[in-house]
Design a protein around this ligand. Structure first.
Ligand SMILES: Nc1ncnc2c1ncn2[C@@H]1O[C@H](COP(=O)(O)OP(=O)(O)OP(=O)(O)O)[C@@H](O)[C@H]1O
Ligand SMILES: [Mg+2]
Length: 265
């Protein structure tokens, strides 16, 4: 469903992506991990068609993004859902109108159908009762949940999610990850999640790719990355799990839970 082939991207002569290749099958979710500033968001923006590569290509469901223009590109973009780093909502619209926005803009659905769909999505993310509030009147976690509802209301086939839990406390972060997992089980979208939530993210993804110095240093299953002997991968995973030392049973206990997939494909 998503094929990235030999993608290269430089900014002002500085190479950020140096030949990235990845494949994600229909219905699969890939976690894209790696240190800050290594180009995870840049890679996601190429998949979204928001950035053009210097070399290489992104192929979505057989369509080469480089070759599409105008109406064709818009048609393909309509099949994508985004959840970007800040989870931005329109400040001047209440939660209901924020979630209804893509349906009003892009579909010919009637008012009543839009209302039903929006309320259904708001119920899925636990925001019924807050639909008349404005983004400034709700918490960061609620803004993130509303953004998820807005991204999912169009039932996208492909979801691109950039750091859905940044800035949230660990418990709220876990709620957001569980929510993404349950939405994925319901809608079966193909997805990429950029995240620093290692190893928690391993519980809800099928594949992991680690980006470093412009290349994919590792790709495989969550279980495989936990057993990977490549020093840079090992160091990154160990560093990500440092904070788990104080938890009952230590990192091993968390990893055991994290790599036990809760659902089968
Ligand atoms: N539009 C742009 N113009 C110039 N440079 C850019 C642009 N977008 C990103 N970069 C550069 O590309 C590099 C990778 O940025 P990117 O935002 O993809 O990192 P990241 O891996 O997502 O980091 P983080 O985990 O902090 O979000 C950075 O050095 C950044 O400054
Ligand atoms: Mg980023």
């Amino acid at each position: 469903m998503i094929r990235i082939e030999q993608l290269h991207k430089s900014f002002d002569g500085v190479a950020v992506l140096k030949g990235i290749s990845l494949e994600i099958g229909k219905g699969e979710i890939l976690a894209l991990i790696g240190r800050s500033g290594y180009g995870k968001s840049v890679l996601l923006k190429h998949v979204a068609g928001l950035m053009k590569p210097n070399r290489g290509r992104v192929v979505l469901d057989g369509h080469d993004m480089n070759l599409l223009r105008g109406k064709e590109l818009r048609k393909l973009r309509n099949r994508l859902g985004f959840l970007f780093q800040s989870g931005a909502l329109f400040d001047s619209m209440n939660i209901f109108d924020n979630v209804a926005f893509p349906l009003k803009e892009k579909t010919k659905l009637r008012e009543k159908e839009i209302r039903e769909k929006v309320l259904y999505e708001l119920e899925q993310v636990g925001l019924i009762g807050s639909e008349n509030k404005y983004p400034s009147q709700i918490s960061g976690g609620m803004v993130r949940r509303a953004s998820i509802a807005r991204a999912l209301v169009e039932e996208p086939e492909i979801m691109l999610i950039d750091e859905p839990t940044t800035g949230l406390d660990p418990v709220t972060g876990q709620t957001i990850l569980s929510l993404i997992d349950s939405c994925h089980q319901r809608l079966r979208f193909t997805g990429i999640i950029v995240t620093h939530e290692v190893p928690r993210i391993f519980e809800i993804v099928d594949k992991v790719a680690m980006l470093q110095d412009g290349v994919i240093l590792f790709q495989g299953t969550p279980k495989e990355i936990m057993q990977c002997e490549e020093p840079a991968v090992k160091t990154f995973i160990a560093g990500s799990m440092e904070w788990l030392r104080d938890i009952d049973g230590g990192p091993e206990a968390v990893v055991r839970t994290a790599t036990r997939k809760p659902h089968t494909m």
